[in-house]
Design a binder for this molecule. Structure first.
Ligand SMILES: NCc1[nH]cc(CCC(=O)O)c1CC(=O)O
Length: 309
């Protein structure tokens, strides 16, 4: 029996049920133990302001630590690059499409019509920075809460469209409200987008770890995610900084595009590099070092300063 901890949100439950059914197909019995975390309860402040460290994960990790659960299922994107001591990610699912999209009730929404006013709801610092950079005519409003809440706020008039990850929107069944897909060349996705990650305590029995990996882990996703996460760790970042990183795999060759934007979108530093899939972290670290050395370190200090105020 594998006991799975998860947040209660619809997306978290969808992801957890997906992983549970992969485990069941691998011949393992499962039980789901869902809970509401601090991050789910605080909806009136942006995550960057609450302090992103573990607001969605700390309580799930307590359950892993105590042995109440064997694994926790998360959106890989929401995981800090440096997990607390004693925890590790052991499996990554095959990825959904990784790009961002615009969601709206109004199919006439056209972000490229630069003479038409457009209000977009998002609280992601990366999406805000990219929008300011590539679409300065767009007006931005803060938008938190789960997908269903955000759609309701949009329908009540808070904004014309929401900017979201394709993966979450399609998983929740709102694919028919997509009015625009952003290309990953300009809007480089955040580290981990579209992938589900399995976390456990380092004390979990190795036989269980192996069985879980055998039914859930996708080796290509894993190579990409290890490179992306090594990059983010080099920047000491999580989802509260406007960093981005997207790896793809072709045979044995990994390609990582990653970088950092300033909060106002005025400056974007990025690079693309190739490396071996046999050592994904080496590529992630090299790209992180390059970004830090090429204005990234200074930009990070400025970002942290602005977020304090
Ligand atoms: N930060 C919330 C979150 N975490 C994962 C997803 C979408 C699915 C994914 O990328 O795995 C979302 C919503 C969004 O960013 O639109």
């Amino acid at each position: 029996m594998i006991t799975i901890g998860t947040r209660k949100s619809k997306l978290a439950m969808w992801q957890t049920e997906t992983v549970a059914s992969m485990l069941e197909q691998g011949g393992l019995r499962t039980r789901i133990n869902s809970m509401e975390t601090i991050g789910d309860k605080i909806l009136d402040r942006s995550i960057a302001k609450i302090g992103s460290k573990g607001v969605f994960t700390a309580e799930l990790e307590e359950q892993l630590q105590s042995g109440l659960t064997d694994i926790a299922v998360h959106s890989a994107k929401d995981m800090q690059s440096q997990l607390p001591d004693g925890f590790t990610l052991i499996a990554y699912t095959k990825r959904e499409k990784v790009n961002d999209i615009l969601l709206s009730d109004d199919s006439s929404v056209d972000i490229d019509a630069k003479d038409k006013p457009l209000i977009i709801g998002t609280s992601s610092v990366r999406r805000r920075a990219f929008l300011r950079h590539y679409y300065p005519h767009v007006q931005l409003v803060e938008m938190r809460g789960n997908l269903q809440t955000r759609i309701r706020k949009m329908q009540e008039g808070a904004c014309d469209a929401l900017m979201l990850a394709y993966a979450g929107v399609v998983r929740m069944g709102y694919g028919d409200m997509i009015v625009h897909e952003f290309g990953v060349d300009q809007f480089v996705p955040p580290v981990g987008q579209g992938c589900i990650a399995v976390e456990c305590a380092v004390t979990l029995a190795p036989e269980k770890v192996e069985k879980i990996r055998a039914s859930v882990n996708d080796l290509q996703s894993e190579a990409c995610l290890l490179a992306e996460r090594a990059f983010l760790k080099k920047l000491e970042g999580g989802c509260s900084i406007p960093a981005f990183g997207h790896a793809t795999l072709d045979g044995d060759e990994l390609t990582l595009t990653a970088g950092l934007a300033s909060l106002d979108g005025a400056t974007i530093v990025r690079t693309t590099r190739k490396g071996s899939a046999r050592d994904p972290e080496k590529l992630g670290i090299a790209v992180g070092e390059y970004i830090l050395a090429n204005n990234g370190r200074k930009m990070l200090a400025e970002i942290k300063n602005l977020q304090k105020s």
